[in-house]
Design a binder for this molecule. Structure first.
Ligand SMILES: Cc1cc2nc3c(=O)[nH]c(=O)nc-3n(C[C@H](O)[C@H](O)[C@H](O)COP(=O)(O)OP(=O)(O)OC[C@H]3O[C@@H](n4cnc5c(N)ncnc54)[C@H](O)[C@@H]3O)c2cc1C
Length: 503
């Protein structure tokens, strides 16, 4: 007797925001459809998928992070004390590193390629920055992209005013604007970062995770079920179309078959192609065009910051002095800038420095990558990863152009740091590749089945009707901005297609 249904209309693999968006749209638009979501990781927060930053107790929060760090050796690196600057491999809390196959000799690799295994996926741990893509980041062949992005903002609960009252936010933006805005159109000028966060009536911040994407409508849907600690090992294809999934119950070790008319694989940009590959669904572009955003960081002490508002701290460890500011990507300046208070930033550069609370900002610039088919994740016929799935090997090389863009970003970040205040270090730091956690392209969308894409503009895999892919891997353009909003927008489009086909 398994705990799974025998058959459903739609099976969703992965409970991150991309998979959750399918569940939400189906719950809203096709409430009679039966939907089962399978997640390999455990439930670590309530409601399921909630951001761990919303857990007030630090020990409980830390336990939720540890539970998300997977079963393999990659999790051990999490406990390694700091030293990103020394180039050490280190994972962020709640994530675990690909423990081998992350770099092939003679290539750049993705030394800190990371994943999260928990209900909510990485969105239980993320920063929540949700900028819209601009210029060449946009997917030119989708006429309805803006409508979909608007829907994605609704599903993720994106706001731009959560940090409105932050004492240094306006100051930081004013200084950045003076350095950046000349000649830019309104939407690419410096502005508050749209964030997946809202403020409760009691003043505390609530960060969106998959719980927000699922929403009450999904939780209350009697036709929806969420199964944690359940590894999907294979998508079943019969007579050329989706027929269900094979699931391993990690609690009992038993394997079950769940039949489904539609299968959505939303298992992150590395594991979505893994599941397809394990299922024998192997379009030529599968795993290829992998792209990560090279990330440059720098820290600056806000000039003339006065310690007037030091008590303004959220209950969840993120203080709110300077908010999060956004320097949008443009084709002329092909970086995406995120400027936030250092203690909210992933890289604790100046931890020991006694400072006016909130007066040090971390600047981050993300760079778009030159796309190459040779940048790819490959899967082994014989070796297995710690879940027993085909082991991965990453092939990844920066081009001359990539190196030139990184150099430009290094110069630009110093200029921005000096505009905001006094830089803490003479040089910016280029993070090890993979740090952005924004891996894209591995199941990319295309207009036609010409060998350079894995799925249609509706996210349906070429040659495998009824099998849909979701997540950052679907994004075909090399973006520099945080990709989750775009990935969720593409999920909305795919989910609507399923609703149409359900009839
Ligand atoms: C610290 C941090 C900060 C970040 N900041 C930002 C940010 O500011 N803005 C932004 O846009 N993005 C950010 N990200 C990235 C963001 O979280 C991801 O882009 C987003 O979560 C991707 O959504 P997803 O649903 O595609 O994948 P995920 O959230 O990774 O979810 C995929 C899920 O699939 C599950 N899974 C994998 N394989 C299987 C299988 N075989 N069977 C069953 N389940 C499986 C995984 O366990 C996982 O839970 C950040 C991430 C982290 C960790």
């Amino acid at each position: 007797m398994t705990r799974y249904p025998e058959s459903v209309d739609v099976a969703i693999v992965g409970s991150g925001p991309a998979g959750s968006a399918y569940a939400r749209v189906l719950s809203e638009r096709a409430p009679d459809a039966t939907v089962a979501m399978f997640e390999v990781g455990p439930t670590v927060s309530q409601p399921p998928g909630a951001h761990v930053k919303n857990i007030p107790d630090p020990e409980e929060r830390s336990r939720a992070q540890t539970l998300s760090e997977g079963p393999g050796a990659g999790a051990e690196t999490v406990k390694d004390p700091g030293a990103v600057k020394a180039g050490q491999r280190r994972a962020r809390p709640g994530t675990f590193l690909l423990d081998r196959g992350y770099q092939v000799e003679g290539e750049d690799g993705l030394p800190v390629a990371a994943m999260s295994s928990n209900v909510g996926g990485m969105s239980a741990h993320w920063t929540g920055a949700c900028p819209r893509p601009g210029g060449s980041e946009r997917i030119g062949f989708l006429d309805d992209l803006d409508e979909m992005l608007g829907e994605a903002e609704r599903l993720l609960g994106v706001t731009s005013d959560a940090f409105e009252a932050s004492p240094y936010a306006a100051l930081v933006r004013e200084r950045l604007s003076a350095a950046v805005d000349e000649g830019r159109v309104a939407e690419s000028r410096v502005q508050p970062m749209p964030l997946a966060v809202h403020r409760r009536p009691d003043g505390n911040l609530v960060w969106s995770g998959s719980d927000v994407v699922l929403g009450e409508v999904t939780r209350a849907n009697p036709n929806f079920s969420l199964h944690d600690e359940s590894l999907v090992t294979r998508v079943l294809v019969e007579e050329g179309r989706a027929a269900g999934v094979e699931v391993k119950d990690l609690r009992t070790g038993e394997t079950a078959t769940v039949r489904a008319r539609f299968v959505v694989v939303a298992a992150d940009a590395l594991r979505t192609p893994q599941v397809l590959w394990a299922s024998g669904i192997r379009p030529a572009a599968l795993g290829r065009y992998l792209n990560d955003q090279a990330q440059i960081v720098f820290a600056s002490r806000i000039r003339d910051a006065v310690d007037g508002d030091a008590d303004r701290h959220a209950g969840t460890g993120v203080s709110e002095q300077s908010g999060v500011s956004w320097v949008p990507f443009t084709d002329e300046m092909p970086f995406h800038g995120q400027i936030m208070q250092l203690d909210a930033s992933p890289v604790p550069i100046a931890e020991d420095d006694p400072v006016v609370p909130g007066s040090i900002v971390g600047l981050g610039l993300f760079c778009a990558k030159d796309l190459q088919a040779s940048d790819r994740v490959e899967f082994s016929e014989s070796e297995r990863d710690s879940y027993g799935m085909p082991a991965m090997t990453i092939h990844y090389t920066l081009t001359e152009h990539d190196r030139a863009v990184i150099e430009r970003a290094r110069q630009e970040i110093v200029r921005l740091g000096a505009a905001v205040g006094e830089p803490l270090d003479p040089q910016p730091f280029t993070m090890p590749l993979g740090s952005s956690l924004h891996y894209q392209g591995t199941v990319r969308m295309g207009q036609s089945d010409d060998g350079t894409s894995v799925c249609s503009p509706d996210s349906e895999v070429w040659g495998a009707p009824g099998v849909f892919v979701a997540g950052n891997g679907v994004i075909p353009t090399p973006t520099a901005c945080n990709p989750t909003l775009t990935a969720v927008a593409l999920s909305v489009r795919g989910a609507r297609r399923i609703v149409e086909q359900l009839g």
